[in-house]
Design a protein. Sequence first.
Length: 588
Amino acid sequence: MEAKERPLGFLLLEGKIIIPFFQRTYVWNKDNWDELLSEFQDITKRNNFLGAIILKQLPAVSGEPKKLEVIDGQQRLTTLSILLKALYDSLSDEDKSTVKNNVWPILFYKKDAFGREEIRIEHSNVDSEAYKKIMNSEISKLDSINGNFHRILQCYKFFREKIHEMEKNRKKELLNRILDNENKMLVIIDLDENDDEQSIFDTLNTAGIRLTAAEIIKNVLYKKYIELSNKEKAIDYYNRTWADTFLKNEETVKYWETERQTGRLKRDNIEILLHSFGVIKGFYDPDKHTLTDLSKLYKEEVRKINDINDLESFINEIIEYAKIYREKILTFSSDVSFSFEDSTTRLLHILEVLEISTFHPFILYMFKKYQQDENQLQQVFHNLEKYMIRNMLSKNTEIKNYNKLCKQFIDDERNLERILQDNKFEGNVERGLEKISNKEASLLLFWVELYRRYKGNYDLKELKYDYSLEHIMPQKWEEFWSLVEVPHPKKVQLSEEEQKKDRNDKVYWIGNMTLLRSKLNSSLRNYDFERKMNGEKRKKGIKDYADLSITKDDIVTPYNNGDRTWNEEKIEQRTENLKREIKEIWGN
């Protein structure tokens, strides 16, 4: 291994630079591009140090140019070449003719004695076509494409627009800066055929260069495949498995990179999948391990595999779960409509709103296990749904070790039935409806509404989850809501302070909450019941936004029929009514 500071012109001495088929796709964004450009424009710096690039010499073949494999650094190497091409393309024909002999040999190499040129950096999979378009100047319609096109093309477009704003002399200064052989901007680490690139790769990751767990796991799997087979077979198998599943096109890459909120953390889909697979297979123990252990545990598991058929079975199972995950583990946008009868979607929606992904391994495992038994699958999922709602309401932190429970449920789903028997709807679960958070109340009221529509004679059975929660008696009630205006029967023996405390408690009962099509004007929210229902002047009240049965039938209709009061007694009555419906759904 040899490390040395070099200018970008080091490429002139090399042949083909190959980015391995299992490397990550291009992920740099506007912040990275802007930072790189700013670095070169800082005239106070003698050298623009950009970091390390690790290259490994590939076995030489007689009659062919030397080939190097990029072990790490493809992001900056790709971006530098795109910046250089963008600069060159921005020049006048006369200036291009002057500098071509300096620029072209960095971007292209001569394949043979006849001068046939090839692009020096060889990308694969998703990035190849976009990169070739840039190098071959085949992007004349780039400006007419919308903002969702390939990130490599976005990079080129970004640099072209920035360079277009520059004066001619500034362009020349920037080009000279990039091509200056005294500008030792890169540390090139050369590995020979006997050096272990994986250990170097891991060392860089430990040192702080961000490589995702998925990237490391992918490298471990297909490096092992090469060891047990050969590179040609590994490439073919990789393309049929990992690349086809996770890197097929820009949309696929974006899906697996999309983050989900999971408690306090955001994790992308591919990490959740690989974590779930580790839990299902039993080599990741949520009680003992953390997410930072994920790639290490995969390495240990793959190290045990010494047969190509066993390795293929391992990878194929990951791919099978990935297909289930993408098809079944849905992400719900504001445009999605829900119906009560779709119980699988209901469970997934509840988990998403509660920001709980801990049971994804169990859910994936059940999807796979009961692919041919929909009834059994729905029964298991409804049991999990009931458990989640009851546990949410009971607020019993002692039974919230979901990681441990997930593992137990995977071992035997009958453990879910047993724990459900110990977590009855009565008691703490019912009392949870008497002090409930806005998020929890919105979730329950929404599904109660859909339950009514499922059972009753309603034309519209589907709804979007886009309603606003409103406390009928406001949280700040003191100014417009009198304690004695409509006496509560139970208040006879209560002091004024006790009455205030009782009211402050009841404000947060689910019976005092409802869902409206739109938020009330902020100035209306604390008004008395009459004005809050009818609105004032051009400000619409509850009656105007009462599209749902839980508002229209429970509150507006009694009001229109002459019952113009809303107090603690009404809150108690409505809470009991809602409690019965909630018990019908999640209690039996």
